[in-house]
Ligand binder design. Structure first.
Ligand code: M6R
Length: 368
């Protein structure tokens, strides 16, 4: 049942090319025009939306952070992201024109469920991004985008996360299509990029041994940091969460720009720091990330860079590099998260931990 893998988690990591392809299946025409079957909200209703609030917990929340970058960029609709358990208790501003997007792999997370119930009492519409057909959250929502990842057994979310990203991109592009904030050919171009993701992800999985070697090398780490910017920031948070929950190692993710506001004080000789380097390009994101990396390396950090395969700027400051395919910055999480999942899985497995059932955790958290 594990297809020859030692853990469900590893099996599910390796299923990701397939899962991404399934998440895209039947959702667009050859010309890239999107059609979302279970959308159930009319185009008119979607045109009336004046604010989006994404609510979720854990890994699904990190998918929500990526969703915000994509949705605001493509649609110009203000989008907030909030932890479901915080949202409900702070008297959030909700109207009929607020679209609440609940992201949940299981569809049974109590915190997220309570938050959508609250949103509906305020007259807001709720759209679920969910992996589990017929689960409670989609049943209690006005619309749903199923992620079609197939059952996720490992407690650590992997293919669940990656397909939540795909569904979030589809939602953002669909809203842009309905509201006319992007031209059809621009949407089709992003859909094209998404279609290439299974091949890109497979390319990274084929290089698993590099990442396993890194896990062996870093087996004695007591603390690991993760840095990112833009859509790479949630990836850093996710890399840290995976390491905490599986390897029980102290790990933290930061936005690289925040380093100088405090966290750089943590850097000491030999501290492993994973750095998600933005694609080289038009804006200054990439160069700013490289200068942050210079700063931490000068203070003794052991840098592990995740960077584009033809990026000449990384080698001088990298103790290790994991190369990523060239993709647009908003889609980079789909490829950048994969090495971090493999790393956490391998390290935890080497340490003798139960990778599928980490201590103190349950697959779905059905209590508030
Ligand atoms: O089923 P959900 O997506 O609602 O679950 C949310 C979180 O509990 C979940 O992502 C959790 O953080 C995972 N164990 C992370 O790997």
């Amino acid at each position: 049942e594990k297809d020859g893998h030692d853990w469900f988690m590893r099996k599910e990591i390796f299923e990701q090319p397939h899962a991404v392809a399934d998440a895209l299946l039947g959702r667009h025409t050859a010309g890239g025009r999107l059609q979302l079957d279970e959308m159930r909200l009319s185009e008119q209703e979607l045109r009336e939306v004046d604010k989006i609030i994404v609510i979720a917990c854990g890994t699904a929340y990190y998918a929500g952070l990526v969703a915000k970058y994509a949705i605001e960029h493509w649609t110009r609709i203000p989008c907030e992201v909030e932890l479901a358990h915080e949202f409900r208790y702070r008297d959030p501003i909700l109207t009929q024109d607020t679209l609440v997007v609940a992201i949940s792999q299981s569809g049974e997370t109590a915190d997220t469920l309570m938050a959508i119930r609250h949103a509906r009492t305020q007259g807001s519409r709720v759209l679920a991004i969910c992996n589990t057909n017929g689960s409670t959250i989609p049943r209690e929502s006005d619309a749903v985008i199923y992620t079609h990842a197939g059952p996720e057994i490992g407690v650590a979310s992997t293919k669940g996360f990656i397909t939540q990203l795909v569904a979030s991109y589809l939602l953002g592009l669909y809203l842009a299509q309905v509201r006319g904030t992007k031209f059809g050919d621009e949407i089709a171009a992003v859909v094209d990029e998404l279609e290439q993701m299974p091949v890109h992800i497979q390319g990274i999985l084929d290089r698993k041994d590099e990442i396993y070697a890194l896990a062996a090398e870093l087996k004695d780490a007591r603390s690991v940091l993760f840095l990112g910017r833009h859509a790479g920031f949630p990836v850093a948070l996710e890399g840290a969460l995976k390491l905490k929950e599986l390897a029980y190692i102290h790990a933290e993710g930061f936005a690289a720009g925040e380093l100088k506001h405090g966290p750089i004080a943590l850097i000491e000789e030999g501290l492993p720091v994973f750095c998600v380097v933005p694609p080289q390009g038009r804006d200054q994101l990439h160069d700013k990330m490289i200068s942050a990396i210079q700063e931490i390396r000068a203070r003794g950090a052991r840098t592990i860079m995740l960077a584009e395969e033809d990026d000449p700027a990384v080698a001088p400051y990298a103790d290790s590099v994991i190369y990523l395919p060239r993709v647009p910055v908003l889609l980079q999480p789909l490829v950048a998260v994969v090495p971090l999942q493999l790393f956490a899985c391998q390290l935890a497995s080497n340490m003798g931990h139960d990778v599928d059932q980490p201590r103190n955790l349950a697959k779905s958290v059905t209590v508030e």
